[in-house]
Design a protein around this ligand. Structure first.
Ligand SMILES: CSC[C@H]1O[C@H](OP(=O)(O)O)[C@H](O)[C@@H]1O
Length: 390
């Protein structure tokens, strides 16, 4: 196999047109039908490479990266080459598998110790999205549950666990979409912030799932996508996803959200999340809490779309959520040929903020819709999940 060539069937990953696909030097012209048809994260056919779309280059270039080392996977998560709570969890699960699949450990204890090192390293990549830790814990549980098996069989079980995490995410997102549709009329105006779409998950997204499923039913939503400074996931990813799917999307600057709401163009807000506390406080991309306060002011329902894998019942309130702070260059010079701020200016660059529960109309999960008081309703959601798993 030549350098940069991979056994990955690129056509399986990308059903795209006019997209320059560069797979480690192997470039092809593809035809993008929809971003919805792309795979955000996939293990290649040889079980040795994690294939991701480098989301820092979208929408200008679709480049698939082949990640083999723990360092590459850690960096891909930290640099947001793969991002979005569910997608981060899936990438970490496959990363844990790839990190241990070549272990030469002679016994379980040595294997487990080696696994823990891989898990603990990947867990340092980003602090806020609970899916990273939830997925890694599931992989550790898989090792523990199979301790009586051979090392080879444990490795096989880990590969299957990562596949299951990815496959479940597809069902979870579709279920969130279906519940979300029960809350809205067709053909309404919807505002969203950041990207909680296909590119943040295995498929459909969370906040965009109701939009995609409604679009499939012929609904004519008018979506307003906040650009979402400083990393512009709304402009670069959400507007790109929805436009490629044929959804009516209008890109706005973050400071325009109040005006579109005041004009009566928005009847619902849907956002994703990275960690929801037991009382319903929800951490999501920076700027989300401001959108929620605006929505409350204009009497517009504000919905958080939350897989149960993103709800942390061990976190009592939003005060307990670790908010990631990122490098200042993302604010001062990330997207412009010339720096757009004085050198050495102080910068505060929190990646997320917490929307307090009173500003959240409902939390939409794959097991139903939680309404205030959230400590009670989220507990009921998990009871429903536990019952479904039996
Ligand atoms: C479906 S989770 C999407 C969630 O994750 C994003 O953060 P990041 O792009 O930094 O990983 C953002 O908060 C989205 O709402």
């Amino acid at each position: 196999m030549k350098n940069g060539e991979s056994s990955v069937n690129i056509n399986k990953l990308v059903n795209a047109a006019n997209i320059h696909v560069n797979l480690g030097g192997v470039s092809m012209e593809m035809n993008p039908q929809k971003v919805l048809d792309m795979e955000t994260v996939a293990l290649d056919d040889t079980n040795s490479e994690l294939i991701i779309i480098d989301q820092t280059l979208l929408p200008g270039e679709t480049k698939y990266l082949r990640l083999t080392s723990q360092g590459e996977i850690w960096t891909a998560i930290y640099e947001l080459q793969v991002r979005g709570a569910p997608a981060i969890g899936i990438a970490a699960a496959y990363g844990a598998y790839l990190g241990i699949k070549n272990s030469a450990a002679a016994d379980y204890d040595a294997f487990y110790a080696e696994f823990k090192k891989v898990k603990d390293y990947l867990a340092t990549s980003r602090p806020t999205a609970v899916n990273l830790f939830w997925a890694l814990d599931r992989m550790e549980d898989c090792v523990k549950c199979n301790r009586e098996k051979s090392i080879a069989d444990i490795k096989t079980a880990l590969r299957k666990e990562a596949d299951d995490i990815k496959a479940e995410d597809i069902w979870v997102c579709k279920s969130i979409g279906e519940y979300g549709l029960t809350l809205i009329e067709p053909n309404i105006g919807i505002l969203t912030h950041c990207n909680a779409g296909q590119l943040a998950t295995a498929k459909y997204g969370t906040a965009l799932a109701p939009i995609y499923l409604g679009h499939e039913k012929g609904y004519k939503f008018k979506v307003f996508a906040d650009e979402t400074r400083p990393l512009l996931q709304g402009a670069r990813l959400t507007a790109y996803e929805l436009k490629s799917a044929g959804v009516d999307v209008t890109l706005i600057c973050d400071n325009m959200a109040s005006m579109v709401m005041k004009n009566g163009w928005v009847q619902a807000v849907f956002v994703g999340c990275d960690r929801v506390a037991a009382n319903g406080d929800a951490a999501n991309k920076i700027g989300t809490s401001g959108v929620a306060i605006l929505a409350k002011n204009y009497g517009i329902p504000f919905y958080v779309c939350a897989p149960t894998s993103t709800i942390d019942m061990n976190c009592a309130t939003g005060q307990d959520i670790h908010i990631e702070e990122r490098k200042s260059e993302e604010v001062t010079e990330k997207w412009y040929a010339t720096r757009m701020a004085p050198t050495d200016v102080k910068v505060f660059n929190p990646a997320f903020d917490v929307t307090d529960a009173p500003f959240i109309t409902a939390i939409i999960t794959e097991y139903g819709i939680a309404k205030p008081p959230y400590n009670k309703s989220l507990t009921e959601i998990f009871a429903k999940k536990d019952a479904a798993k039996k």
